[in-house]
Design a protein around this ligand. Structure first.
Ligand code: CIR
Length: 275
């Protein structure tokens, strides 16, 4: 059974995108090529059957195209997060009206902690209370993670706090849900035991960035340039579409970061709630 999504929200790359945060310097991205990657990614989500909406650029926030980090989206509602990098903090507030007009429930995470959406993984399950993994990292602290556990409980979900391996920006830089009970993960994350009880497909050695893969409906979007991982996914029965992310990767980002995705019909709704 594939992971089902009907909607995706993206944000245009800002004019300031070259100033995006980079922990590892692989050179500044080329804005035109990055825009082309962004457009191809939107087209791939569309091909997977999603209705894709693209918000206008937020030039005050160079990393604002990575819409996965300031919020979480579930069929039951959205959660506005508190991003852990100072330059990204205002992104959540800018997203608030967009979520309020699309979700019946929007819960705003209370401070003082911080959480980046890139540290939050929902392994698809086949029923029962949905379990959400929250990886502590340099962006997601214990106070933020605890607040998120509470917020998730309001949506009927269980939050489990785990650790992101040292030196890894986001928990989801190293793993991705593929189908119920199955995740893709790097060897080091799989070895940490966080996925015990699930089937883990390991990313072939040397292709670790390919863990940032995106399973959407009948397609599995995989970052181009990692042939062993694409082969491994195809051998496991996934229909792989390779999507170029060479410029996006220069900003320490990948496929999952570029959109918020959820399975829901559009609904207009009420005000933001405090958790
Ligand atoms: C940042 O450092 O925040 C951005 N340059 C990259 C964010 C990538 N997001 C993600 O992995 N979820």
């Amino acid at each position: 059974m594939p992971i089902r999504f009907t909607r995706a929200l993206m944000r245009e790359p800002p004019a300031t995108v070259m100033e995006g945060l980079r922990a590892i310097d692989r050179g500044a991205p080329d804005p035109d090529r990055l825009r082309a990657e962004h457009a191809a990614y939107a087209a791939a989500l569309h091909e997977a059957g999603l209705t894709v909406e693209i918000l206008p650029p937020l030039d005050t926030h160079p990393d604002s195209l990575f819409l996965e980090d300031p919020a979480l989206a579930f069929p039951e509602g959205a959660i506005l997060l508190r991003p852990g990098a100072a330059s990204r903090f205002g992104e959540a507030e800018a997203l608030r009206p967009e979520l309020e007009s699309r979700f019946e429930r929007v819960i705003a995470l209370p401070g003082p902690g911080t959480v980046d959406g890139g540290d939050v993984l929902t392994p698809p399950s086949e029923g029962g209370v949905e379990r959400v993994l929250i990886g502590l990292s340099e962006r997601t602290d214990a106070a933020g993670a605890q607040a998120l556990v509470q917020a998730l409980a309001h949506l009927g979900k269980r939050g489990d706090i785990v650790r992101t391996p040292p030196g890894v920006l986001h928990f989801k830089s190293e793993c991705a849900p593929l189908r119920p009970e199955t995740v893709l993960a790097t060897e080091r994350l799989a070895a940490s035991g966080v996925f015990d009880g699930l089937r883990v497909i390991r990313v072939p050695e040397g292709e670790e960035p390919a863990a940032n893969t995106l399973a959407v409906n009948h397609l599995t979007l995989a970052p181009a340039g990692y042939p062993a991982t694409a082969e491994c996914l195809a051998a496991a029965g996934f229909t792989v579409r390779e999507v170029a992310v060479r410029e996006v990767e220069k900003l320490d980002a990948g496929l999952s970061c570029l959109s918020l995705r959820w399975d829901a019909a559009p609904r207009r709704g009420g005000p933001v709630e405090a958790a």
